[in-house]
Ligand binder design. Structure first.
Ligand SMILES: O=C(O)CCC(=O)C(=O)O
Length: 253
């Protein structure tokens, strides 16, 4: 289902949209959860080879003395490891949303799974996605889909509405009161403008790559599993100025 003109307008004004319809049916959601858990279980012992803990506090991710008590686990490019996630890239309801926002020539930038375990799930500081990517033109959009109900207690997205219209702030190495988070960047924001975006399992939110967002630590007894697909219009250039024509074409007009 394409977004309505009002929904597109809301996205253009705010830089994100809490998508009001389900993205996957219950049986599809179950399958995504099952494959997600299996991949995280398989990669648990292989930190540094496919799964990262973005919440490591120390001088570097490899630092042996680093504090790893918090976990914000990430598997990049789920689609390369799992057929169910490869098929998700072509899932019509998702591509219809992307098409409503960036047109019918759509390539994958990348996908990822982001897992905040219960009780000790780490934070993701304020950032713009393009603060990392540096793509041009900065027209990428991301669909963040909840595999568990995500709310303020277990670390749903928080956003700064309208921030995608305000340029690119500096991004510095992120730090918590415990020390540096070597994997993450952080931008300064006015938190008085922040708004939470709670999302039910099987639903999602879509955001612009210049919209500032963050997620809080998960101190609840519920885990928070999510998967994100980052879409780009064909012809987008990476941070080195190269057209990314080797990325998967997901839809073509
Ligand atoms: O899932 C999270 O906690 C962070 C997600 C995020 O930063 C993103 O999708 O760009």
């Amino acid at each position: 289902m394409k977004l309505t003109p009002q929904q597109v307008e809301q996205f253009q004004e705010k830089g994100y949209l809490n998508i009001p319809h389900r993205l996957v049916a219950d049986d599809h959601l179950d399958l995504l959860r099952e494959h997600y858990d299996a991949l995280f279980a398989k990669k648990r012992g292989t930190i540094g080879e496919g799964m990262r803990n973005l919440a490591v506090v120390g001088e570097s991710e490899q630092d042996e003395t680093a504090d790893r008590s918090e976990e914000m686990l990430q598997i990049m490019e789920m689609w390369r490891f799992d057929e169910v996630y490869r098929q998700l890239l072509y899932h019509k309801p998702l591509l219809d949303i992307a098409e409503s926002l960036i047109g019918a020539n759509i390539q994958l930038f990348h996908d990822q799974a982001l897992y905040k375990p219960a009780s000790h799930g780490g934070e993701v500081p304020w950032h713009q996605d393009n603060g990392y990517w540096r793509c041009t033109p900065s027209d990428l959009v991301s669909i963040w889909m909840a595999l568990d109900d995500a709310d303020e207690e277990n670390g749903c997205m928080n956003v700064i509405p309208g921030s995608h219209l305000e340029g690119t702030p500096d991004h510095d190495r992120a730090a918590t009161e415990k020390g540096q988070l070597p994997a993450l960047l952080e931008a300064d924001v006015d938190e008085n403008r922040a708004a939470p975006v709670p999302v039910k399992a099987g639903f999602g939110m879509v955001h612009h790559c210049l919209m500032l967002h963050q997620t809080n630590p998960n101190r609840s007894s519920r885990r928070r599993r999510a998967t994100v697909i980052h879409y780009m219009p064909t012809g987008t250039r990476n941070g080195k100025g190269e057209v990314m024509d080797d990325h998967l074409v997901l839809r073509k007009s």
